[in-house]
Design a binder for this molecule. Structure first.
Ligand code: FAD
Length: 551
């Protein structure tokens, strides 16, 4: 009898396993349809509710003059936590739900004492110093809406409207202006922070808290709560004159982007905005953008509102220049800044493969993009595992003198295109100053105090997965991370990483960070940056189990 029950149980387990696999395969095969019919409308509604909530908050609950009162409330909560007996005290984190963050990981906030940071206000525009003071929950969408009509933009921003200015400050930010000014952190004039003991400090590059100032970027909320930011802004013109330069041959496009970014000559004149989209190992389109006015009829005819709902996804528009040849146009500035928002760069292609069809765009394009927050809210364990066993989301800061090698490595390990290339200065601030090391000698731009690096953005489905073979995510990612460490690069920590603690310490210089953690009461008050950023699931074990032929 026992044997019969065992057989029955095994059989029903196999059947339910078989059913589960069938169901998952059916959902994967029809993901675009499911997303279109259910996901997009729900995401659109969800977005409208969130917009209403934010509007309500700004109209009725918020006011710039009450900034310090709001900060005092946060301080009081931190002090209350710090005064708990040692055994009962938990480390702290923000109460912002994981699903609202753009990160692909889900840090276990339940293990922490969650402190609400309801700070959504734009506080002050200083046109003399060219800075804007904001609270950390202001988003890229909000700040572009505020600054562009006033004739400014942030020196460094991101193309995703939902990213918060605080998240970019404590994570990392880079954009197509970064070949002129470096990472987002270089454009931060001051951070206002509530420390682990409840003290409020304002840290700048050269005040008494400059040691803290240099360690806050890449710290992911492990040194204190961010409550205010002063950011560098730049004067703008209403349009970006865009030139699209298709280039064949890997050496040619790599050389061209190095030349245009000023890699070889720090005094060379460089365009305002610069990026390349690599469509295959041998083909790329380089985009050169400059601030412009549109004053003539001829120019007006060349205006392209790239973000309108019926317009093709931006990278598809760019790809067309590979066949049509060099081209130019004028893009309204805010549309330029958010050009990659609708297709979330090219992430949307793997979710809704037919989403760029003109009919789809015409009928449903106004609902795009599906909100990252909504996608995360509906993430099941299976979908979570899929984010790293079947897809790649990586932004990696690598030295631009190795651009050819980076692209070859990405093809060898992931084989997914397009690949994004944003050139970016990495400044030499000296040894053990922050988490980034000074660039190596061969990476420096002659006669300057910075090296030229680039963001290599790899988002998509690896060829093995597309062709229904098993893709070894663990091996591929660990090889990529080893390569990054070997050339002195850095992975953005919003994405899943497979680094162990020792490898993390090798990638990032934590010498000063550890001192700052002790000095400013962060130890015991906030999780360590390694624990804060490592994926909440055992990516190595899940990845290995996925490769098991019996699974
Ligand atoms: C497809 C894709 C492409 C991307 N491409 C780029 C790119 O090209 N360039 C680029 O720069 N970035 C890129 N990013 C990453 C993006 O910049 C990060 O996710 C960034 O951190 C902003 O996200 P967020 O506002 O959701 O921050 P969050 O994830 O909310 O915050 C980042 C970290 O800071 C902590 N934190 C936030 N606010 C506070 C606070 N007030 N006090 C204490 N701690 C706080 C959070 O806990 C978290 O650890 C990309 C992301 C995706 C998904």
């Amino acid at each position: 009898m026992a044997g019969y029950e065992f057989l029955q149980t095994s059989r029903s387990r196999m059947e339910s396993g078989w059913m589960r696999k069938k169901l998952i395969r059916a959902m994967e095969d029809n993901r675009g349809l499911i997303l279109t019919v259910i996901g997009l409308p729900l995401s659109f509604l969800f977005d409208k509710v969130m917009q209403f909530r934010n509007w309500w908050y700004r109209e009725f609950l918020s006011s710039p003059s009450k900034h310090m009162d709001r900060v005092a409330t946060i301080q009081a909560q931190v002090v209350r936590n710090a005064s708990q007996p040692a055994g009962q005290r938990k480390t702290m984190c923000t109460a912002r739900p994981n699903w609202l963050s753009l990160s692909t990981t889900f840090f276990n906030k339940e293990a922490c004492h969650k402190i609400p940071i309801p700070l959504y206000d734009i506080l002050e525009l200083n046109e003399t110093n060219l800075t804007v003071k904001v609270e950390p929950m202001v988003t890229v969408g909000d700040i572009t809406r505020y600054l562009v009509p006033r004739g400014y933009t942030l020196a460094v921003t991101l193309e995703i409207a939902d990213a918060t200015l605080g998240g970019l400050a404590f994570g990392v930010g880079m954009t197509t202006y970064s070949h002129k000014v470096g990472l987002y952190q270089e454009t931060i004039a001051a951070y206002e922070v509530v420390l682990g003991d409840g003290t409020f400090v304002r840290a700048t590059r050269d005040n008494e808290y400059s040691d803290l100032y240099h360690c806050l970027p890449w710290s992911h909320g492990s040194l204190g709560f961010l409550v205010g930011l002063e950011l560098q802004i730049i004067p703008v013109k209403p349009y970006i004159h865009m030139k699209y330069i298709p280039v064949k041959g890997q050496k040619n496009y790599c050389e061209k982007i190095r030349e245009l970014s000023g890699t070889y000559d720090g005094s060379a004149e460089v365009p305002d905005y610069l990026e390349a989209t690599v469509f295959s190992k041998e083909e790329a389109v380089i985009m050169v953008g400059n601030f412009a006015d549109v004053t003539t009829k001829e120019q007006a005819k060349k205006i392209n509102n790239v973000t309108r709902w019926y317009k093709p996804w931006f990278y598809k528009h760019v790809e067309a220049f590979l066949t049509s040849g060099e081209g130019e146009e004028y893009i309204p500035l805010r549309e330029y800044l958010l050009r990659h928002d609708k297709a979330i760069f090219w992430v949307l292609e793997s979710m809704i493969p037919f989403g760029n069809h003109p009919l789809f765009l015409f009928l449903l394009g106004w609902m795009l993009p599906p909100k990252p927050a909504f996608m995360k809210l509906t993430t099941t364990p299976v979908v979570r595992a899929m984010t790293f066993t079947k897809q790649v989301f990586q932004d990696i800061v690598l030295p631009i003198n190795k651009l050819e090698e980076q692209i070859n490595k990405s093809e060898e390990l992931f084989d997914t295109y397009p690949v994004l290339v944003y050139p970016c200065r990495i400044y030499d601030h000296g040894k053990h100053v922050g988490q980034l090391r000074p660039p190596r000698e061969d990476q420096m731009v002659p006669g300057t105090n910075y090296g030229m690096f680039n963001d290599l953005g790899v988002y998509g489905v690896p060829r093995d997965v597309r062709e229904r073979r098993r893709w070894d995510a663990v091996s591929a990612m660990r090889k990529m991370e080893a390569y990054t460490r070997s050339v002195g690069g850095y992975h953005f920590m919003y994405a899943d990483t497979f680094l162990d603690r020792e490898e993390f310490n090798e990638m990032f210089d934590l010498t000063q960070y550890e001192k700052v953690r002790r000095k400013y009461h962060a130890e015991g008050a906030f999780p360590h940056v390694y624990d804060k950023t490592k994926p909440e699931v055992d990516v190595v074990a899940i990845g290995k189990a996925y490769m098991d032929p019996l699974s």
